[in-house]
Design a protein around this ligand. Structure first.
Ligand code: PLP
Length: 377
């Protein structure tokens, strides 16, 4: 084991050093008031976040998984219903569908964008389908126009999984403001991350927002008034304070990530067998905020490259090592290897390189040089 990585995968300490004076001040006040769950600080952040995403409502919840679960519940989606999503995502997307009581129906990914494959989407729709959950994977918005068109044609709801896409844009709209609702995660390592767990549902629908306010808080907005069976899934004030401070820097941090991606793209350009992420310039109208910077190896062994980089003190990740249909917990769905060939193949080829705002150009140069050394050997 290497004790300290020369280039860690993420560096949350750097981010917190930057904001700790502001953070300590706000946290001190909250401790003085002993106001911890929901309350003014949470409402203030919800307003700021809704303004940032350019939607009417943001409802703070305990985490990003709950955000999707509660959005489905608030829409009345559950037993006997099917919900379509991309097969390459974090397990939480499918878990949320199952927790709502519905069945996840997977669709393979697009070979160029790695987001949900539009040419396969319509075939997955059945009379039981109620909703589509496109995932803005790695911080790159899914192609929402055709998804919305299909949804309209088949009378389906669209919930964006925007857990990796705080500030990403699609044709001038913020990711999360395009569908009927969206789920965000504020897990510490996300582009906008709390100092613990947190999440939010955003929507322009007043009725949906009211149902979400009830669902997250034992079914009611007033104490001891329970209109429906809800949950305890609330954002706490300490997290809301941290998120409010960080939100002020989010655009700047996302720009830094974009610059890092540009430098990686340049330095990795001429390595044969290595595919860099498709750029927003090619897709048009898309702002990718590089929650993750993911390369793909068409030749050679990804695992060996990862090991080689690790030995040079470079920490990398795989997002994700198994497509959802091959995760043991979902075996009951009855899928088998070969069902989603693109995602299966790519899961063996993808590698997420170090990416965080405070990353230094010399580190990117050094990582790229090491990758070059490995690829040319
Ligand atoms: C992080 C993440 C989630 C879940 O968020 P949590 O806050 O960890 O519950 C859901 N979907 C995607 C794509 C994610 O990356």
């Amino acid at each position: 084991m290497i004790a300290t990585m020369k280039v860690p995968f993420v560096d949350l300490k750097a981010q917190h050093n930057f904001i700790h004076v502001e953070l300590w001040k706000e946290w001190h006040e909250l401790f003085e008031n002993a106001s911890f769950v929901l309350g003014e600080k949470v409402e203030e952040f919800e307003k700021q976040f809704a303004h940032f995403i350019r939607v009417k409502h943001a409802v703070g919840v305990a985490n990003g998984t709950d955000a999707i679960t509660l959005a489905l519940k608030a829409m009345g989606i559950g037993q006997e219903d099917e919900v379509i999503t991309a097969v390459n995502s974090y397990i939480a997307t499918a878990e949320a569908i199952i927790h709502a009581g519905a069945k996840p129906v997977f669709v393979d990914i697009d070979p160029n964008t790695y987001n949900i494959n539009l040419s396969l989407l319509e075939k997955a729709i059945t009379p039981r389908t109620q909703a589509i959950i496109p995932v803005h994977l790695y911080g790159q918005p899914a192609d929402m126009d055709p998804i919305l068109q299909l949804a309209k044609k088949h009378d389906l709801l669209v919930i964006e999984d925007a857990a990796q896409a705080h500030g990403a844009e699609y044709k001038g709209m913020k990711a999360g403001s395009i569908g009927h609702a969206a789920g965000f995660s504020f897990y510490p390592s996300k582009n906008l991350g709390a100092c613990g767990d947190g999440g939010a549902v955003v929507t322009n629908d007043d009725n949906l927002a009211l149902r979400l306010h009830k669902l997250r808080n034992h079914g009611g907005v007033e104490r001891y008034q329970h209109d429906l069976i809800g949950y305890n899934s609330r954002l706490d004030a300490l997290q809301a304070a941290a998120l409010g401070i960080k939100l002020r820097y989010l655009n700047e941090w996302n720009q830094q990530r974009q610059e890092h991606a540009k430098l990686y793209n340049q330095l990795l350009l001429n390595l044969s067998g290595l595919i860099t992420p498709i750029t927003p310039e090619i897709l048009g109208g898309i702002t990718h905020i590089y929650h993750l910077y993911v390369i793909r190896l068409e030749t050679g062994s990804r695992d060996k490259l990862q090991q080689y980089l690790y030995e040079q003190g470079i920490q990398t990740g795989i997002h994700y090592p198994k497509p959802l249909h091959l995760i043991p917990a979902f075996a009951y769905l009855g899928h088998r290897e070969g069902d989603f060939p693109i995602a299966e193949k790519y899961s063996q080829q993808i590698l997420s390189l170090p990416m965080y705002p405070e990353l230094q150009p010399w580190q990117i140069e050094w990582v790229s040089e090491q990758i070059g050394n490995y690829m040319r050997q």
